[in-house]
Design a protein around this ligand. Structure first.
Ligand code: NOJ
Length: 559
């Protein structure tokens, strides 16, 4: 394998599969691994380099599989270990790499370790694998930490007959997700051997869940929550910058864990890779996770949060690139995932009826994606964004499963709306998601025209835009990893040049404004890809030509 091939992750396009919502092979309404295998040709045709699959381990599913009861078994509703072996082999045959998802901050309360704790006497070794403390003198929890999913971050340990003890366990997420204690040697050994278990089976790496959360500040001090989050039942404690400095996030000690993991990954040939889920306050803190002996990449959520705002996008790009350069790591870009509102809806301006204007949302989302795909580094695409799917905002309460929804009494919990099973074909129930009519979350009635079948081969469709962009990105030597040079551009427009070794430059430009922009004539008029058809060639005074780029449109131009 060449050095470049070994470093495939530096500029990969990684497609996120949320397995329960991707493709259902058996008609039970829940996506599964055989369903995913049956769609590998689709992913290969889309042109992705790798897939990251959200957890499919054994789990009681109180948090969509991020509550793992056995890290080395497969949820029987999703498939078998033999299916996973076939998946790895068939993906590799197509040149697609596989990243799995590891959840090291917490286990499920049904994990054998937590069950052992419940059976063991206080203070016994089984207790030390989790974060357990005595309550305060007033019989309250050990400190004021809250759960990301609302309410207290602590629950009492109860004896077998339900009698409460004076001890509490920490759960930064749901009560069924106790935080493990990373000061305990068993925890280190167990996770390292889980990494090896999957690396030995042939996977190419892991996305690390809550990578910034594993280590808690010594003494577990109270946290001075910012005012907005100080209501006991409203705790935007992970996805909010104000709380990113909390004693339970981004503690320096966490880096030792990744140094240990990196040594394991580097023992393999080719070396296995990591991408951290790191919600941290700024690009400088983020880059620490990518020091050469730690994680290969980490999600850069700051860019996702910049939204559709030229100045914020530019600032985020500059800071991210500069800080990653200091540690020699490539940036990682992401606009949608299974935890955030789909970017078509998130970027949509409000229409005159006070609701998001989804037509403009799609226009902006396509432009943002195309522009982002030209940035240096790797890019993550969330299943269904290539179809231009919007967020499903009107799911009935009884269908919702997000623990944040359940714990907030139905006032928060936006994450089900991006997890609705995706439409593949046809006009009928389930839109080809499975052989039957069932889907574990209901699909909207108007998804027929957004299915893969409806968009395949259709000029101008969002699916064809993604395919074209990924193909050109692969073919153009200047795209992917490498330097970027900003160009002076009209107000509301961002533009940069990527210079390839072959001298075939690409200029990526996005018009974030609401009026057309006239581009400088010396950028040329050869369009490689455009996010919409609102791009025109204009004659200019000296007889030459220049491009006019419509509002909310992006293009790649041969520079
Ligand atoms: C981040 C995951 O992406 C999210 O879905 C999950 O609920 C939390 N971590 C807790 O594991």
């Amino acid at each position: 394998m060449t050095a470049t091939a070994r470093e495939w992750w530096r500029d990969a396009v990684v497609y996120q599969v949320y397995p329960r919502s991707f493709a259902d092979s058996d008609g039970d309404g829940m996506g599964d691994i055989p369903g995913l295998i049956s769609r590998l040709d689709y992913l290969s045709g889309l042109g992705v380099d790798a897939i990251w699959i959200s957890p499919f381990y054994e789990s009681p599913l109180h948090d969509g599989g991020y509550d793992v009861s056995d890290y080395r078994s497969i949820d029987s509703r999703l498939g078998t270990m033999a299916d996973v072996d076939v998946l790895i082999a068939q993906a590799h045959e197509r040149g697609i790499r596989i990243l799995m998802d590891i959840v090291p901050n917490h286990t499920s309360s049904e994990h054998r370790w937590f069950q052992e704790l419940l059976r063991a006497a206080p203070g016994s070794p089984a207790w030390d694998r989790y974060i357990v403390r005595e309550g305060k003198a007033d019989d309250g929890p050990p400190n004021n930490w809250k759960s990301v999913f609302h309410g207290r971050g602590w629950s009492r340990i109860r004896q077998g007959d339900g009698t409460p003890t004076g001890y509490w366990y920490l759960h930064l997420f749901d009560t069924t997700q106790p935080d493990v204690n990373w000061d305990n040697a068993d925890v280190h050994e167990e996770f390292v051997s889980t990494l090896r278990f999957w690396f030995d089976r042939g996977i190419d790496g892991f996305r690390i869940d809550v990578a910034h959360g594993l280590v808690k500040e010594a003494g577990l001090p109270d946290f001075a929550y910012p005012d907005a989050a100080d209501d006991a039942d409203a705790t935007p404690a992970m996805f909010d910058e104000d709380v990113a400095h909390a004693p339970f996030w981004d503690q320096d000690g966490v880096h030792e864990i990744y140094r240990e993991w990196r040594r394991v990954a580097d023992e393999y040939d080719p070396p296995r890779v990591f991408c951290g889920e790191t919600w941290v306050p700024n690009a400088e803190r983020l880059a620490r996770y990518q020091r050469p002996d730690e994680l290969h990449t980490s999600f850069n959520f700051n860019y996702l949060e910049a939204g559709w705002d030229a100045a914020a996008m530019r600032t985020s790009i500059d800071e991210t690139i500069a800080n990653h350069a200091r540690v020699g790591a490539p940036p990682t870009w992401v606009l949608s995932n299974h935890d955030v509102i789909r970017h078509r809806t998130r970027m949509a301006p409000l229409g005159s009826n006070g609701r998001p204007d989804l037509d403009r949302g799609l226009r902006r989302a396509r432009a943002a994606t195309l522009f982002t795909l030209a940035l240096p580094g790797s890019m993550y695409i969330y299943q269904g964004e290539e179809l231009g799917l919007p967020e499903v905002v009107d799911l009935p309460a009884e269908a919702r499963q997000d623990p944040a929804w359940l714990r907030s009494g139905g006032t928060d919990g936006t994450r089900d709306g991006c997890r609705v099973p995706i439409p593949w074909s046809g006009t009928g129930p389930s839109y080809g998601f499975g052989p039957g009519e069932a889907t574990w979350l209901p699909q909207p009635d108007d998804w027929r025209d957004m299915s893969v079948e409806a968009q395949q081969g259709l000029e101008g469709s969002t699916l064809e835009l993604y395919r074209l962009a990924l193909r050109v990105r692969r073919e153009e030597p200047s795209l992917g990893d490498g330097p970027l040079e900003w160009l002076d551009a009209p107000e509301g427009v961002l533009a940069f040049r990527r210079t390839g070794e072959a001298g075939a430059d690409v200029i990526a430009v996005v018009n974030v404004a609401e009026t057309p922009a006239h581009l400088p004539a010396d950028w040329g008029t050869t369009i490689l890809v455009a996010s919409g058809d609102d791009v025109a060639e204009l004659s200019i005074d000296d007889g030459g030509a220049a491009l006019a780029l419509g509002p909310e449109t992006a293009a790649w131009v041969r520079g």
